[in-house]
Design a protein around this ligand. Structure first.
Ligand SMILES: Cc1cc2nc3c(=O)[nH]c(=O)nc-3n(C[C@H](O)[C@H](O)[C@H](O)COP(=O)(O)OP(=O)(O)OC[C@H]3O[C@@H](n4cnc5c(N)ncnc54)[C@H](O)[C@@H]3O)c2cc1C
Ligand code: SF4
Ligand code: SF4
Length: 425
């Protein structure tokens, strides 16, 4: 691989607006602190020489049209005059085929989005969404996700910049918050997407281990805003689904990583389990264990907007665990303002207390759940153990019945409208 120094070529990440999706609402132009955005009667455009990558314009955009990026050679950035004529965004050019390229790690690794997903990922993703009957469309206002930028043949190399235990020391599960830093590599993710991890070593057949997927737990602007990093919520697997002792390959590898260690990452993946971006959109989130990862990403994205004074929609969270100590993110969640998020915890193994699962909480709050479901701006997310799906569906059925709705009619409508998303594993 040539280096930037050797070839004197600079690859930049150019910020662009998708003319097909943009509704010309002018929000971004009003938001940009450096007047990088302008428009004519046809298109909204961004001046590459002025954009400071502050990301101020990203979350206010109601359509996600503003959240588009292309790697280009700095001297060949798309000029304003050309952008003003576009009807569609240009595809990512294959920088790695150019003899001029040398900026190294990032651009050389960018894959065509037409590259098929690895078989493992197709299979695992299909299984995880089987509860909703296959991949559903994303919310209409979701930002455009990038997928499959890094293949198994050319993974990105991330550096561990943090790894700490989220569950209590005496809890039965060791769930960790792991922060990965991508340095100069281009690795854009949205809340609800997953990344793949390639654990080192070989399996029992002498082949490299298959890809394991992990949900991104940080918002699109990073675990630490504007640093090129993301976080994961990883549970150490020490027994199989039947309870027999086993050391899970990737989860133990991940949980044992130390600061500074390098990890091979592929992806990102996921075009469906994405959050809406339009103002006033509500999130109804239901999760157990590490199913909290995408909910944490979405909640944190909305929290940052809330702190910035933006009025987002309503957030309602149902979170199940054995006890307080087993619940990842318990502490930070309890500190969130009530007017920002309506949180319902269900604990199933607290001595002296009755067992409460997420489905019980959904029933208890049936009236409020039904009120949210009636609102066409509500988007439902279900993530965690496969076993939770049945109980949650039954609770929705009951909550709807008791409040004049029919879940059997509503569910397919929600799915078709990209408003019901299930990811269980
Ligand atoms: C879409 C998606 C998102 C995911 N997101 C996350 C996430 O955010 N955090 C996370 O920790 N995991 C997540 N997973 C699960 C993750 O991909 C791995 O399956 C998990 O970490 C186990 O991998 P392993 O290599 O350690 O275990 P393996 O070596 O693959 O499996 C060891 C044994 O344990 C069993 N097993 C596998 N997973 C579990 C489990 N969770 N509980 C009990 N037994 C199990 C296997 O059947 C096998 O018998 C996700 C999976 C999918 C499909
Ligand atoms: S905020 Fe989004 S939709 Fe509105 S003009 Fe800008 S890019 Fe277009
Ligand atoms: S990222 Fe910042 S500087 Fe760039 S266009 Fe958006 S608001 Fe303007």
């Amino acid at each position: 691989m040539a280096t930037a120094a050797a070839t004197q070529v600079t690859i930049m990440r150019q910020h662009l607006i998708d003319p097909e999706i943009c509704i010309r609402c002018n929000t971004c132009e009003e938001t940009c602190p450096v007047n990088a955005i302008s428009h004519d009667s046809r298109n909204y455009v961004i001046d590459a020489a002025k954009c400071k990558y502050c990301y101020n314009c990203i979350s206010p955009c109601p359509t996600g049209a503003i959240d588009n990026w292309r790697h280009v050679r700095a001297e060949e950035a798309y000029p304003l005059a050309e952008q003003l004529l576009w009807d569609t965004l240009p595809a990512q050019i294959a920088l790695d085929e150019s003899p001029k390229v040398g900026a190294g790690d990032t651009a050389n690794e960018v894959q065509s989005q037409a590259t098929p997903l690895p078989d493992d990922v197709e299979r695992i993703a299909a299984a995880s969404t089987s509860g909703q009957g296959g991949i559903a469309p994303p919310p209409w206002s979701a930002a455009h996700p990038y997928v499959n930028l890094y293949s198994i043949q050319k993974p990105a190399l991330a550096t561990v910049s943090g790894n700490f235990r989220l569950t209590a020391e005496d809890a039965s599960s060791d769930i960790r918050h792991i922060v990965l830093d991508f340095g100069n590599a281009y690795f854009p993710v949205l809340e609800g997407q997953t990344i793949g991890v390639l654990a080192p070593g070989l399996d029992a057949n002498g082949k490299p281990h298959h890809v394991r997927l992990y949900s991104v737990a940080s918002p699109r602007d990073g675990e630490r805003p504007r640093y090129n990093n993301l976080s994961l919520t990883v549970k150490r697997v020490t027994s199989d689904h039947e309870g027999a002792p086993v050391n899970g390959v990737a989860s133990n590898y991940m949980c044992d990583l130390k600061k500074g260690d390098k990890v091979q990452v592929v992806g990102p993946y996921g075009t469906s389990f994405l959050m809406p971006n339009h103002p006033g959109s509500n999130l109804l989130m239901i999760c157990t264990g590490t199913g909290s990862a995408p909910m944490r990403a979405m909640t944190e994205h909305r929290r940052r907007k809330f702190v910035a004074g933006e009025n987002a929609g309503r957030l309602m969270l149902f979170f199940g665990a054995r006890s307080h100590g087993e619940l990842p993110y318990f502490g930070p969640l309890t500190k969130l303002p009530k007017e920002f998020i309506d949180i319902n915890f269900g604990f199933s193994r607290v001595p002296g207390e009755p067992k409460r699962y997420v489905q019980d909480l959904l029933r208890e709050r049936g009236g409020d759940v039904a009120r949210l479901l009636r609102d066409e701006n509500t988007y439902v997310y279900l993530c965690g153990l496969k076993g939770m799906e049945k109980g949650v569906e039954e609770a929705f059925t009951e909550a709807c019945r008791a409040n004049g709705l029919d879940w059997g009619t509503l569910r397919p409508q929600l799915l078709q409208q990209g408003r019901y998303h299930v990811e269980t594993y």
